[in-house]
Design a protein around this ligand. Structure first.
Ligand code: NAD
Length: 411
C-alpha cells in the first residue's frame, strides 16, 4: 500500500464509525489544491540542475493550511498527498485553528551545498508565493529542513509581499521564531506518552525506551523521556545505532552526535549495533521518529515493545498496525503523538501576528494544555466508539472538519 492508500484506509475506517455518506467522504478527502513547481538552479560546479517541488493544500475549512516542507529523494505527490491529509486531521485532533498542507522538494540534501540549498529554497518560494501566505498556507520544518531554511523562506517571501514573519514557522528564535518550537514535537511526544501511561497505570520511571531516528523529533523525545526517569536503552539514526541496557546518557549522546557531528555508533557510553536492530530491541516503549513505513510486514513480528508512540509521520504500515493491535500493542498515532510541533507552530504564528513574544514557560504550559485536552477528547471517543486510538483520533478529527465544512455552508 502506498502512504496515501494507508491514510485513506484510516480515513475510511473513521468515516464508517461516524456513518458518513459517500458525498461527505469525497469532499473531506479531496485536496483543495496541488501545486508542482520547477526549481532550476546553478550547481557549485557550474552545471544546471532541475528539481521538482510540491505543495499540496488539503483542507482549509478550520483555518489557514499548515504543514511542513521535506527535502528528501523519496518526496513525490503520493507521499506529500498523504502527509498533507494527515496535517488536516492532526490540526483538528489538537484543535488548533488550522487546516492541513504539506510540501517538499525531491532532492538529496546530503549532496547539496549550503548555497545550493538556499537557491532551491528561494526558487521554491518564487514558485509558491502566490498560493501561500499567513492567512492561506504556512509552511514549517520537516525532514532535512530546519530554522535556517525557514529564515530563507521568510526572507524570499518578504521580497514579494513586504516583511511577513507569519508566513512560516520554525524560524530561528532571533528572527521571530518561538521559544520552545525546536523541542516542541519531541516534548509533545513525551507528554502524549505520559498521558497514555497514566491511563495504563504504568510508571515512566525505569521504563525502557527505544528511539528510532535521532534528528529533531527523536533526540528531543529521548531527552524528555530520560528527564522523566525512563531508561533510553537504544537509539539509531539513518547510518548506525547504539545501545546500553542500563540507559544511555542522552545529554552526552546529543553532544556527541548533534553538536560534535560524530557517528551514533561511536558513542562511548553505548555498544554499537546494526541500525535496524533497534526496532527489535527488548524494551517497553518504542518511539519511531525517523521516516514513514519503518514498522512493516517484514519486521512487525520482531517488535517487543507493548507501547508505540509515533514520533514520525506514518511509521507503522497498515499491515503492521493490524498485526500489532491483535498482539495487544497500544499505538499512539502520529496525528496526536507528534502534534506538539504544529501546536507550537500555531503559537509562533500567533506571536508573529500579535508582535508579542511569549516566554518559554508560557509556550510549554500552553502546549501541555493542548496535548492534555486532545488526549481527553481522544479517550472519550475511544471509549464511546470502542475503537483503537488511531481510529478514535481520525474520527475525532473527521468530525471536527466535517462540522466546520458544514457550518461554512459548502456542504
Ligand atoms: P530530522 O531530519 O531532524 O531527523 C530525522 C532522523 O531520522 C535523522 O536522525 C535521520 O538520520 C534518521 N533516520 C532516517 N532514516 C532512518 C532509518 N532508516 N533508521 C533510523 N534513523 C533514520 O527530521 P525530524 O524533523 O526529526 O522528523 C522526523 C519525523 O518526524 C518525520 O516523519 C517527520 O515528518 C515527523 N515530524 C516532524 C516534526 C517536526 O517538528 N520536525 C513534527 C511532526 C512530525
Amino acid at each position: 500500500m502506498s502512504p496515501l492508500e494507508v491514510t485513506r484506509r484510516y480515513f475510511e475506517k473513521a468515516a464508517d464509525v461516524l456513518d458518513f455518506d459517500r458525498r461527505t467522504r469525497v469532499q473531506l478527502w479531496t485536496p483543495t489544491r496541488e501545486v508542482k513547481v520547477e526549481i532550476t538552479v546553478e550547481r557549485d560546479n557550474g552545471d544546471i540542475d532541475t528539481f521538482i517541488g510540491y505543495r499540496i493544500q488539503h483542507d482549509s475549512s478550520r483555518g489557514p493550511m499548515k504543514g511542513g516542507l521535506r527535502y528528501h529523494p523519496s518526496v513525490d505527490p503520493e507521499e506529500v498527498g498523504s502527509l498533507a491529509s494527515l496535517m488536516t486531521w492532526k490540526t483538528a485532533v489538537v484543535n488548533v485553528p488550522f487546516g492541513g498542507a504539506k510540501g517538499g522538494v525531491n532532492c538529496d540534501p546530503q549532496q547539496l551545498s549550503r548555497r545550493e540549498l538556499e537557491m532551491i529554497t528561494r526558487k521554491l518560494v518564487d514558485g509558491l508565493h502566490d498560493v501561500i501566505g499567513p492567512a492561506a498556507d504556512i509552511p514549517a520544518p520537516d525532514v532535512n529542513t530546519n530554522a535556517q531554511v525557514m529564515a530563507w523562506i521568510m526572507d524570499q517571501y518578504s521580497k514579494y509581499k513586504g516583511f511577513t514573519p507569519a508566513i512560516v514557522t520554525g524560524k530561528p528564535v532571533e528572527l521571530h521564531g518561538s521559544l520552545g518550537r525546536e523541542a516542541a514535537t519531541g516534548r509533545g511526544v513525551v507528554m502524549a506518552l505520559l498521558e497514555l501511561l497514566r491511563t495504563l497505570k504504568r510508571p515512566i520511571a525505569g521504563a525502557r525506551v527505544v528511539v528510532q531516528g535521532f534528528g529533531n523529533v527523536g533526540s528531543w523525545a529521548a531527552h524528555f523521556a530520560a528527564e522523566q526517569g525512563a531508561k533510553v536503552v537504544a537509539v539509531s539514526n539513518h547510518v548506525s545505532a547504539t545501545c546500553n541496557p542500563s540507559g544511555l546518557d542522552i545529554a552526552a549522546l546529543r553532544t556527541h552526535h548533534l553538536v560534535d557531528g560524530r557517528p551514533v555508533r561511536d558513542f562511548p557510553g553505548g555498544e554499537p549495533i546494526e541500525r535496524d536492530e533497534v526496532l527489535a530491541a527488548d524494551c517497553d516503549i518504542l518511539i519511531p521518529a525517523a521516516l514513514g513505513d519503518a514498522i512493516n510486514k517484514d519486521n512487525m513480528r520482531e517488535i517487543r515493545a507493548s507501547v508505540i508512540v509515533e514520533g514520525a509521520n506514518g511509521p507503522v504500515t497498515a499491515e503492521a498496525d493490524d498485526y500489532l493491535a491483535k498482539k495487544g500493542v497500544t499505538i499512539l498515532p502520529d496525528i496526536y503523538a507528534n502534534a506538539g510541533g504544529v501546536t507550537v507552530s500555531y503559537f509562533e504564528w500567533v506571536q508573529n501576528i500579535q508582535q508579542f513574544k511569549w516566554s518559554e514557560e508560557h509556550v510549554n504550559a500552553e502546549l501541555q494544555g493542548y496535548m492534555s485536552r486532545a488526549y481527553r477528547d481522544l479517550l472519550m471517543f475511544r471509549e464511546r466508539h470502542k475503537v483503537d486510538f488511531r481510529t478514535a483520533a481520525f474520527a475525532l478529527a473527521l468530525q471536527r472538519v466535517e462540522h466546520a465544512t458544514k457550518q461554512r455552508g459548502v456542504l
